[in-house]
Design a binder for this molecule. Sequence first.
Ligand code: NDP
Length: 488
Amino acid sequence: MASTRPSPPAAAAPPSAFEYAPAPESRAVVDLRPSYGLFVNGEFVDGHGKGFKTISPATEEVLAEIAEADEADVDTAVRAARRAHTRVWSRMPGRERAKYLYRIARIIQERSRELAVLESLDNGKPIKESRDVDIPTVAAHFFYYAGWADKLEHSGYGTESVGVAGQVIPWNFPMLMLAWKIAPALACGNTVVLKPAETTPLTALLFAEICQQADLPPGVVNIVTGAGATGRALVTHPDVDKVAFTGSTAVGREIARSVAGSDKRVTLELGGKAANVVFDDAPVDQAVEGIVNGIFFNQGHVCCAGSRLLVQESVYDDLLERLKRRMSTLRVGDPLDKNTDVGAINSGEQLTRIRELSEVGDAEGAERWEIACDLPTKGFWFPPTIFTGVSQAHRIAREEIFGPVLSVLTFRTPAEAVEKANNTPYGLSAGVWTDKGSRILWMADRLRAGVVWANTFNKFDPTSPFGGYKESGYGREGGRHGLEGYLR
Ligand code: NDP
């Protein structure tokens, strides 16, 4: 039974915060099976690979055995998707496809607690985020694209589906990335084969059960679990018409190379090193909240995280003092505790990467400050950290750390802020904090970023397109623009 499993200590109370009693969300809502197969042609089947275990990053407890798809399994899944596309899904009127998407959205709402608990267990993110942000936004995506399914002639991108989509997603927002990929693809009449990340397969497999519950025709959605090799077999499969990938820039590049010369369509949503720019006329306390949300939301495992803070020199001391005070109230600990603000790092591998890059920051002469908190002894943990005295040449100012680590730089003039903000190979997002609307527009015109948030950060909405410039990838997901990759 769930209650006999080990759980990490409750969120460690920071020194300056109120003591809260532990408020753990019940694990009993999740009916974890000991093992999971691949979801192919509407059924769970065995994989031919040797399989792997998925663990809770907060406790290192094994959650389940997961099947691993080899090339033959991927081929079977792609064939199932092709059959379903040709015989059923692409022929179905949009208004009928919409009903399935709508039904899936409603089931996601009904099973939202189960999905949120499973997401926090497998990923390590705080339950208050999976419950209040991830899963509601997932349902919103399915509702939104259900609305498009019978209105494609108004999309401006045509009405004919592309075919079979091969979709590969990362571990930072497992269900949300699934929704970003699957909802528009299905709305446009495509069928999909999706590979979730190796460390976070469980909610995708629960989604497979939801597809069964919704009576989705077999083969319309197929889920193949596995590691990088499974992803590679999927994106290079000759019968995949469209590749959609979210993940690291290195793998994105490899995918772009591997499909070059074929007639596959590709959208890539890759890394970021977003500047969060605070001017001296900004509402300071709101800006502090936005900085905290920008980098410590989801342990900083966010491609559009505000990982470079640019502060106007005249307010630097005041802002840093307030930021440190606010950070000291963050609770780090058990992802299933409703009081937790910062959960576990998703994997030992990612923790090593965060530690290594932070040590590079020390070695390059930046000054490290982290919050005082007791970290659990088991699992993967890193305290919310800021580096000051960072220059643009430092690796921690240039590379994606993908963890709860903020690099702080300063500027004097708006022009210098723009120059520094744009001085990155990435271009996914940016934030601007100022009292002046004209300055927001002036900055937004000049920042080379797919999304510019003004006096807020990390706001997501299914109606709004999202995507990058430069090494952050190409193509847009979300909104009307998100239909383009899935229509001829
Ligand atoms: P990857 O890019 O390796 O993983 C993303 C997805 O691609 C996973 O499902 C992965 O499988 C799969 N994959 C890996 N190799 C291939 C391949 N050759 N062909 C097709 N699919 C492949 O990211 P990592 O998880 O390794 O993270 C490394 C770094 O990438 C992080 O430290 C972070 O900086 C960045 N990152 C950025 C993300 C973003 O949203 N911008 C998201 C995730 C990571 P598997 O899970 O088995 O590796």
